[in-house]
Write a protein that binds this ligand. Structure first.
Ligand SMILES: CSC[C@H]1O[C@H](OP(=O)(O)O)[C@H](O)[C@@H]1O
Ligand SMILES: Nc1ncnc2[nH]cnc12
Length: 287
């Protein structure tokens, strides 16, 4: 398999990649189970890519049901070194109105779901997550957003709720008062797992609504209407990112070595089955 693919995770409303040529859907299984769907392998603007619809084609998988570990492991197994994730989100203030795109660079976690780490079962690691996204890939995305020319914001905090219900008005007002910019249901644990998998990860949030803090509360119909109106912009953005210069395997921020010094369990204590499973994801450390 190619070893510098760009992984693309499509969220609500982004289930296809028309710009992708020579596409082939390939079923992938992982040591953490099956991903949300087969991977669509092909090229966009000359870059080899792997596209995965986060909720599966037909939007069959709820945010709390997504096998995030399998999704990230499958993209890594397909040779991805970078992941661009796209999500529909609610916005918390006038700088991020519906229709705007936000390059997310921080998260606040309000999820309760499991499957948030590849570690456990006898091998413990604590990855640094102070800067949860890749600045190098982020710079490519920022340039693409500028080139695309639509309303956007570089940098923003995504608050991630468990879902699948939207927030109450009280929660929305609280999250807004915390200084968060947007709210979604899927950015975590996805970004955490990309870090543990030593992949560069960037997230573009497409604002579809004002959540529940204003007088008009979010519903699925309004999310889908805004997504449909902006899907061509999202596709153009993905194309521009794919065409952007790939800086090489060695990420200056260290995403590709994110686990250096993070594994605290003594190698002699590693349970063989856990080591074998981790070796499928991180051969550099466990192979
Ligand atoms: C369809 S509205 C709620 C749904 O939309 C977002 O999906 P994604 O993050 O995959 O774009 C949100 O997180 C919910 O899953
Ligand atoms: N307001 C919202 N809350 C959580 N996820 C969303 N996805 C789109 N809009 C959302």
């Amino acid at each position: 398999m190619t070893s510098n693919r760009l992984g693309l995770i499509g969220g609500s409303g982004l289930y296809r990649m028309p710009a992708l040529s020579d596409g082939e859907w390939i079923a992938v299984d992982t040591a953490w189970g099956a991903p949300s769907d087969s991977l669509l392998l092909g090229t966009i603007a000359g870059r080899e890519v792997a596209f995965l619809p986060r909720h599966g084609r037909g939007h069959r998988i709820a945010p709390h049901e997504v096998n995030y570990r399998a999704n990230i492991a499958a993209l890594k197994a397909a040779g991805c070194t970078e992941i661009l994730a796209v999500s529909a989100v609610g916005g918390f203030h006038a700088d991020v109105p519906p229709g705007s795109f936000v390059l997310v660079d921080q998260y606040v976690d309000r999820t309760t779901r499991g499957g948030r780490s590849f570690f456990g079962d006898g091998i413990v690691a604590h990855a640094a997550f102070g800067h949860p996204t890749c600045t190098r890939l982020g710079a490519v995305v920022a340039a693409a957003l500028a080139e695309e020319g639509g309303l956007h914001r570089i940098g923003g905090t995504m608050l991630v709720i468990e879902g699948p219900q939207f927030s109450t008005r009280a929660e929305s007002l609280l999250h807004r008062s915390w200084g968060c910019d947007v709210v979604g249901m899927t950015g975590l644990p996805e970004a955490r797992l990309a870090r543990e998998a030593e992949l560069c990860y960037a997230s573009v949030a497409m604002v579809t609504d004002d959540d529940a803090w204003s007088d008009i509360h979010v519903d699925v119909a309004s999310v889908i209407a805004i997504m449909e109106a902006n899907v061509a912009r999202a596709q153009a953005l993905v194309e521009a990112v794919a065409a952007g210069t790939w800086g090489g395997i060695h990420c200056p921020q260290g995403c590709d070595h994110a686990l250096d010094g993070a594994v605290i369990t003594a190698p002699l204590a590693w349970p063989p089955a856990t080591k074998r499973r981790l070796a499928t994801l991180l051969p550099r450390l466990f192979g």
